[in-house]
Design a protein around this ligand. Structure first.
Ligand code: IPM
Ligand code: MG
Length: 357
């Protein structure tokens, strides 16, 4: 049976890079069906809501979701805040679809090593941030203003089951890698972090084939720059994961390269997931063919692997990306002398061609 993919391209460079990811998917397999829907600012402009009911329904009924990016300065001041693309579309998508496990690999692509801000071989990383995505301070209640707006409150809450399910996912992922987890928290200050540690230690005791250590988040931020190669799997809560995944991704040279998967609980051996590039909507370069489609294309590869169990298809896409880079093709963000500057769609075409051949 065909796999149904909901394509929600969103704002800014979202539509451009998503189109290239769809190209790569079509080049890899013939049994995929694509259905498009509006999300983000584009949906707000057209319907008055950044996550229309039809879009949410489509995503719920699909086998996987491909998301571009949402948001931009045009919608930063929309009132109420609940109608802005990030708060009104991205966060509800995560919670409504139960996408509690955010997997963000940061892997340096050899041909792009010189784009890393770290010198020489130090920029060679291969790690994955496993970020809890539906709990913590992003979703805690109350979130409100008090005292005539003079005081603001955000609340950080975690329950043991919430920590357990994300930690278990990290253990599974580690088992296919170097089997090393660094669990990151702020246990010297936060109660939620002490609970986090307790749960991670319980699971570590049951799964002794995986080595587990704990690191405070400020130290982790520093270690990522000092010696990123020490990391294999970083397991952390929602907000720390937001920050550390941006930091880790930059080590690879460009935010434009990093894919991500946001996964739910497995059902019948299949994992429902939403796949999106880590970069945002980059409104400053939107519509100019300058965006790097690699993150979106590599997100499509993650979809094949995680949601459709097609490691071979994922491999073909990843190899095609490397081959295009080896040929010297570069979008503007990672351009260097001696390479050939290509547009978003030229890069996508070249990769699709390599997948087919
Ligand atoms: C991300 C983004 C989002 C987040 C924003 C846009 C709400 O930064 O996916 O990392 O903080 O989760
Ligand atoms: Mg972020």
């Amino acid at each position: 049976m065909a796999h149904r993919i909901a394509v929600i391209a969103g704002d800014g460079i979202g539509p451009e890079v998503t189109a290239e990811a769809v190209k790569a998917l079509k080049a890899t397999r013939a049994d995929l069906e694509f259905e498009e829907a509006l999300v983000g600012g584009a949906a707000y402009d057209a319907t008055g809501h950044p996550l229309p009911k039809e879009t949410l329904e489509l995503c719920k009924s699909a086998d996987a979701v491909l998301l571009g990016a949402v948001g931009g300065p045009k919608w930063d001041k929309v009132e109420p805040v609940a109608l802005r693309p990030e708060v009104g579309a991205l966060l509800p998508l995560r919670s409504e679809l139960n996408l509690f496990a955010n997997v963000r690999p940061a892997k340096t692509l050899r041909p792009l090593l010189s784009a890393s801000p770290l010198k020489g071989e130090r920029g060679l990383v291969d790690l994955v941030v496993v970020r809890e995505l539906t709990g913590g301070i992003y979703f805690g209640k109350p979130r409100e203003r008090r005292d005539n707006g003079e005081v603001a409150i955000d609340t950080c809450v975690y329950s043991k089951p919430e920590v357990r399910r994300i930690a278990e996912r990290a253990f599974e992922i580690a088992r296919h890698r170097r089997r090393e987890i660094v669990s990151v928290d702020k246990a010297n200050v936060l109660e939620t972090s002490r609970l986090w540690r307790e749960v991670v230690d319980e699971i570590a005791a049951q799964q002794p084939d995986i080595s587990v250590s704990h690191m405070l988040v400020d130290n982790c931020a520093m270690q990522l720059v000092r010696n990123p190669q020490q990391f294999d799997v970083i397991l952390t809560e929602n907000m720390f994961g937001d920050i550390l995944s941006d930091e880790a991704s930059m080590i690879t040279g460009s935010l434009g390269l990093l894919p991500s998967a946001s996964l739910s609980t497995p059902k019948n051996g299949k994992v429902f997931g939403l796949y999106e590039p880590v970069h945002g909507s980059a409104p400053d370069i939107a519509g100019q063919g300058k965006a790097n489609p690699l993150a979106a294309i590599l997100s499509a590869a993650m979809m094949l692997e995680y949601s459709f169990g097609d490691r071979e298809g994922a491999d073909r896409i990843e190899k095609a990306v490397e081959a295009a880079l080896d040929d010297g093709l570069r979008t503007a963000d990672v351009f260097e002398k001696g390479c050939r500057l290509v547009s978003t769609s030229e890069m996508g075409d070249a990769i699709a061609k390599k997948i087919i051949s």
